[in-house]
Design a binder for this molecule. Sequence first.
Ligand code: AMP
Length: 387
Amino acid sequence: MNPWLRSDGRIYPGAAIGVLGSGQLGRMFAIAARRMGYRVHTYSPESDTPTGQVSDVEINAPYEDLDKVRAFARNVSAVTFEFENVPADTAAACAECARVRPAGDVLHTTQHRLREKTFLKNSGLPHTPFEAVRSLAELEAALVKLGTPAILKTAGFGYDGKGQIRIQSPDEAAAAWTKLATHEAVLEAFVDFAIEVSVVAARGMDGDFRHYGVVENAHRNHILDVTLAPARVTPAIAKEAVDIARTVFEKLNVIGVLCVEFFLTKSGKLMINELAPRPHNSGHFSFDACLTSQFEQQLRAVCGFPLGATDLLRPAAMANLLGDLWEHGEPNWQAALAAPEVKLHLYGKLSARKGRKMGHLTALHEDPETARRLVIEARNALTNPHV
Ligand code: AMP
């Protein structure tokens, strides 16, 4: 019995929403949810987490402890995710007790590169050329088909370039296969792209689809570095990317937020690199720069309310703050905040490791290029000496 789930299928403010996972995406979701009068419970194997710090309840238990997972789900009206690598049994245990969005089968497809790419292929959606690889012999055969350079990726549980090896020539196959240490992988052709872009969008229970336009993403060491909204692409490319994203939502039957990451080749061809069935780092700018943020949109979709308008109030640029910035002591917040157009987001993480996402900056300006300059200057200023 769920007192907050009304006969119209909506979950009203006052209800508790559960978040599986406890990182920065859950934190920003929780902030949006609490602003609209919901309670938030978070579940993960850690404590004093970015999400837990701003939630009503923080449960600290393994994802595999299905009795604890069921107890968590019984106390909330809906469960959502902040990362897709949740075990399928955990999602299924939640579904016994509460509404789960996005649905378990969306997670099942998108948490596994091979299933995801097979879905794209079968749906006629443009994707990077790939081959399934389950042995060294299959890897060698795939290298003949796709050529080199190529990228070997584990089929499951990979993000931010983890579980990936670039293969420059066929004689590196054996070493790469041993190093990846997996039974199932995907070999992808190396795409010599012009830029990377993404579309973050949402679909409501009523089928309404709203998107945040096409944004441009620069990566450093496989980790997102800077996002520029809007992307510097032609209107025709922007329309094509949004149309592809809409098709992904419909074919996967997604209710919630999903990000489609693309490569844009030098000849103007869009290829999907990856799908993420949740708010995404490349949509963080929406927190400050859009009428409705991607996090509020996720809440609206999960609870069955109409989606909000996604208008970009001003062009924006977002720069990630990695733990590396803490190497020589506390960053110089004062210097970074000297430009009044710059907004600071910190995730409350207790230790700053190299490569760990600790926060981000967003700069807003009528001129996108100026927004980008401002955010990069602000980030550079973080390592200025303290006066
Ligand atoms: P992923 O974790 O698969 O999204 O990869 C992280 C980043 O590695 C991407 O955003 C790209 O910058 C780069 N990358 C991944 N796959 C390829 C590819 N097939 N060709 C070129 N660059 C790639």
